[in-house]
Design a binder for this molecule. Structure first.
Ligand code: GLU
Length: 427
């Protein structure tokens, strides 16, 4: 049975690279019906903090990943590491240096393994120095604790970032010294930005949390991370975690350039927003409204649902919903200044909008088709193109030059607001 693990160090937030590592191990376990374990590498007592672990676990759950059993904490297993290190000293494979235990590197050998992603890798032991197993403060080195635990937990495959590629030959030698068979290894390439530089803040963020705050759905982030390690084929570019579990094939994981591109993420996010039902989007959008100072609890759910229906095809992030619909919630909404000059400085245009307002006052039913009739009728009467009314009207009621269909938008906004704004109350 496949047994894999994710082994975060709780010394900071969940980086996208780590999220991808967790995701692929999880996918492999779920695809094969294996086990996915969580091991907390908290041996560095000074830098590890419970709040970081809480955040990492929260972010994993948000992404839709779950783990089997309780997390395993390395900080509770120092005894075991010491015991194994002592055995290596007794066998003459390690020596003590004060309180520390050091692994003796046998010279003149070659360590070789087949990396699932990079293929054959071989390293000469002449190029590796003696390795710390237990530090003088009694804590284990990363490499040693990792091997002791992976063996103890029966881990069969280790998928992790390329930053660990130089650790693997050392770990293989530890397995050998302990009389154990090493698992299979695969190292995934570092995540880069679209410009080929290491992923950084200026590419849009490096942590899972930053993307959540910007209004990306976990489905979209997971989707993009999947594409940074595996090619499910063009017809499966947009896929959910469930679909990925079904289709996943570890042999399709390639040594690809892993380029994270926020534009790509925006595109995927729009796709996943569209796949969601309005009732599913509603609770996801509310926190963004709250953050913008709109008390979503006080809003009518049916109204909000209709607004989401109007806008969900027009947004790429949940945050954008709030930006594009601010005029539904407040009178001091933002106004595109260029457009204000273009459409509303001309007195004939404000004159027309006032006539339009009068006509709309007279309507029996304030519904999209009837509003549209008024626009068309008035345009004909005045001998202007409907656009000459539509553009200034849109700007007057919404402050924007684009958005949902004007007539539907007006219907939902309600007659009073529309008329008030057409009569010239732009903020
Ligand atoms: N704690 C290590 C890290 O976060 C784990 C590496 C591994 O998977 O072996 O990079």
């Amino acid at each position: 049975m496949v047994r894999v693990r994710f082994a975060p160090s709780p010394t900071g937030f969940l980086h996208l690279g780590s999220a991808r590592t967790a995701l692929f191990n999880w996918l492999y376990a779920r695809h094969t019906g294996g086990r996915f374990l969580l091991r907390v590498e908290d041996t560095d007592m000074a830098r590890s903090e419970p709040r970081f672990l809480d955040e990492i676990l929260r972010d994993l759950r948000w992404l839709g990943l779950d783990w089997d059993g309780e997390p395993i904490f390395q900080s509770r297993r120092f005894e075991l590491y010491r015991e194994k290190a002592t055995a290596l000293v007794s066998a003459g494979k390690a020596y003590k240096e004060g309180e520390a235990v050091i692994f003796r590197m046998e010279k003149g050998r070659t360590v070789e393994y087949i990396d699932r992603i990079h293929g054959r890798i071989s390293v000469r032991t002449d190029d590796i120095k003696d390795q710390v197993l237990i530090k003088s403060d009694g804590s284990p080195s990363y490499n040693f604790a990792c091997v002791v635990d992976d063996a103890d937990l029966g881990i069969t495959h280790i998928l992790r970032g390329d930053d660990h590629i130089s650790n693997t030959p050392k770990q293989i030698l530890f397995y050998e010294a302990l009389g154990l068979r090493p698992p299979e290894f695969g190292h995934m390439p570092l995540i880069l930005g679209p410009d080929g530089a290491k992923l950084s803040k200026r590419h849009g963020g490096v942590s899972v949390e930053e993307y959540r705050r910007q209004g990306f759905l976990p489905e979209a982030l997971v989707n993009h991370l999947i594409l940074l390690g595996w090619s499910p084929g063009e017809e499966h570019e947009v896929l959910t975690l469930g679909e990925a579990v079904r289709l996943f094939d570890i042999s399709q994981m390639g040594d690809v350039q892993a380029r994270f591109d926020i534009q790509k993420l925006r595109h995927l996010n729009a796709e996943h927003i569209l796949r969601k039902k309005t009732e599913e989007l509603l609770p996801l959008i509310k926190p963004f409204l709250e953050e913008a100072g709109i008390r979503s609890g006080a809003l009518d759910e049916a109204f909000l649902a209709r607004l989401i229906d109007l806008y969900k095809i027009r947004i790429k992030t949940l945050r954008e919903f709030v930006e594009k619909t601010d005029f539904f919630f407040r009178d001091d909404f933002s106004v595109e200044e260029e457009a204000r000059k273009k459409y509303l400085s001309d007195p004939s245009s404000s004159g027309r909008l006032r006539v339009l307002a009068d006509r709309l006052t007279e309507l029996d039913r304030f519904s999209a088709p009837e509003i549209e009739n008024v626009f068309r009728g008035l345009a004909e009467e005045l001998g202007v193109k409907p656009a000459a009314l539509i553009h200034p009207a849109r700007l007057a009621v919404s402050g924007k030059t684009s958005g949902a269909g004007l007539f539907e938008m007006m219907e939902l906004l309600g007659r009073d607001k529309v008329i008030e704004r057409l009569r010239g109350r732009l903020p």
